[in-house]
Design a binder for this molecule. Structure first.
Ligand SMILES: *Cc1c(COP(=O)(O)O)cnc(C)c1O
Length: 486
């Protein structure tokens, strides 16, 4: 008897059949001259590593690209993209202001010595206390909604002189889906209503800036030109309402070297390049703002494009595994007993590493490069890269070509500098050290590995739960064995 085998469709993972998806094989055996193996030895595995040289170079490249097309440009470092103090300090040294999106980030910038007047204050949930402080310290407050506008009007009544504010504008720049969460919608008239509200504050508030943040990893430079045109139209109308707009702020969104999962080619081969963005924005700014009474300054809140490529996660192979291949169909109506043999499929080669998706939040959208941290002989094999968490979803890459790595072999995951440190979570394991390599090749710890004390410091054990007995509820009152912190 010949068994009937039902046909199945196997979905190929990103990078599976496409020989170009990962680019040519490379090895990253050193970062800024410091051997990967030495970094792992000194700081443990896994470890985040940042290159100061790359941070500074990226910042200078963005500044130079925009300066070539517009003569009044100011960067404001997007704290949420990575708010470790050492990283922020490098960007501030390079001349960036701070861009913050919460009370916490505002405090962080002030704590690092940034004056209020060099802070751009965004975010949909600014407390009254933070708004009062920001007004006192002359921060650039970018208003998100009518409730915030009302709060600022109330604050302005206690204030000598007008409170200077900017409006966050959501607009259709041609990017899908439209990011409509931030600010006042241009297309439905809300933005103009906000301008009129400010005009109606009888000198309490003064409108000085317009802001938009159209998305992240914007691969179409023309979208920014669209945004500038729309903001310029609004600025012209605001002019009629009596306001001279001093600045346009185009938010962030410039792409880094990160490749989106669905992309055919790696980003480093397809990104349009900074100059194309700078030209689209700068030339449109110059042209479209000519009819305004003053030439506005251009702010950029570039996040990922400055920090992503400077960040690496070094990790170590823990184990090799072979996963069963194929997608076996579940027993179905026509084969309720499951008599039909499932398709065998080719087994999938896998490895477990000591880092996981709790450290790599952006892996949900981006296909990281995973490269050997030293030369490893042998042909590349499609490999499923699994993390250290006891979670089935903890897969860093469904399929990535790797040479035949063994336990103990170092791997380098890149680029991971944007968002992954600030969004990483403490879950199951301690979050690792973060290290900065300075421009002379010295390595510095900029965030320590977490410890049990650090994690439990915020916990409270109520008195009635203090007995240390295991499975013995009557043990209350027995001497503690050290679990008790109070
Ligand atoms: C997150 C954010 C940025 C930075 O965005 P990138 O895409 O990383 O450049 C800039 N501005 C605002 C308001 C943001 O929320």
């Amino acid at each position: 008897m010949i068994n009937y085998v039902a046909p199945i469709i196997v979905r190929h993972g990103p990078g599976g059949v496409n020989p170009h998806a990962n680019g040519a094989r490379r090895v990253v055996d050193a970062i800024d001259g410091v051997p990967v193996t030495a970094l792992l030895e000194r700081h443990g595995s896994p470890v985040f590593v940042f290159s100061e040289g790359r941070l500074r170079a990226a910042c200078r490249r963005v500044r130079a690209a925009f300066a070539a097309h517009y003569d009044d440009v100011q960067l404001a470092w997007s704290y949420k993209t990575n708010y470790l103090r050492a990283i922020c300090r490098v960007f501030h040294q390079e001349g960036s202001w701070a861009e913050v999106v919460s009370d916490f980030e505002y405090e962080k910038a002030r704590n690092l010595g940034i004056p209020g007047a060099r802070i751009v204050f965004n975010g949909p949930n600014k407390s009254i206390a933070a708004l009062e402080r920001a007004v006192d310290e002359e921060a650039l407050i970018q208003v998100d909604h009518f409730e915030e506008l009302a709060a600022l009007e109330a604050i302005a009544k206690q204030h000598s002189g007008p409170v200077r504010v900017a409006l966050r504008i959501s607009l259709d720049a041609g990017i899908r889906p439209v990011w409509s969460k931030f600010g006042f919608c241009l297309e439905n008239g809300e933005a103009m209503r906000a301008v009129r509200t400010i005009a109606g504050s009888r000198g309490g508030l003064q409108l000085i800036g317009l802001h938009c943040h159209i998305g992240t990893c914007i691969l179409a430079p023309e979208a920014y030109a669209n945004a500038v045109r729309r903001l310029a139209g609004l600025a012209f109308e605001a002019g009629a309402a009596g306001f001279d707009i001093e600045y346009f702020n185009l938010g962030g969104g410039l792409p880094s070297g990160s490749t989106l999962h669905g992309a055919v080619f790696p980003a480093r081969q397809t990104n349009p390049g900074l100059d194309v963005y700078a030209r689209a924005i700068g030339e449109t700014m110059s042209r479209e703002t000519r009819r305004l009474r003053r030439k506005p300054r251009l702010f950029l809140e570039t996040g990922r494009a400055l920090v992503d490529d400077a960040g690496y996660l070094l990790t170590t192979v823990v184990a090799n595994k072979t996963f069963p291949g194929g997608n076996a169909p579940a027993p179905s109506a026509w084969d309720p007993k499951g008599l039909v043999a499932p398709p065998s499929g080719t087994p999938v080669n896998g490895v477990i590493v000591d880092a996981g998706v709790h450290l790599l939040y952006t892996g949900a959208w981006y296909r990281f490069d995973v490269l050997p941290g030293r030369e490893i002989a042998g042909p590349d094999i499609p490999t499923k890269l699994c993390g250290c968490l006891c979670m089935n979803i903890d897969v860093i890459r469904e399929e990535v070509p790797l040479p035949p790595v063994r336990p103990g072999d170092p791997l380098v995951i890149h680029p991971v500098g944007a968002y992954n440190v600030s969004q990483s979570m403490q879950f199951i394991a301690y979050r690792p050290r973060v290290v900065l390599i300075d421009e002379q090749g010295g390595d510095h710890v900029i965030r320590e590995k977490e410890s049990l004390d650090y994690i439990e410091e915020m916990e409270r054990l109520p008195a009635y739960l203090r007995c240390a007995g295991v499975g013995d509820a009557r043990g209350a009152g027995r001497s503690s064995t050290g679990n008790d912190h109070e």
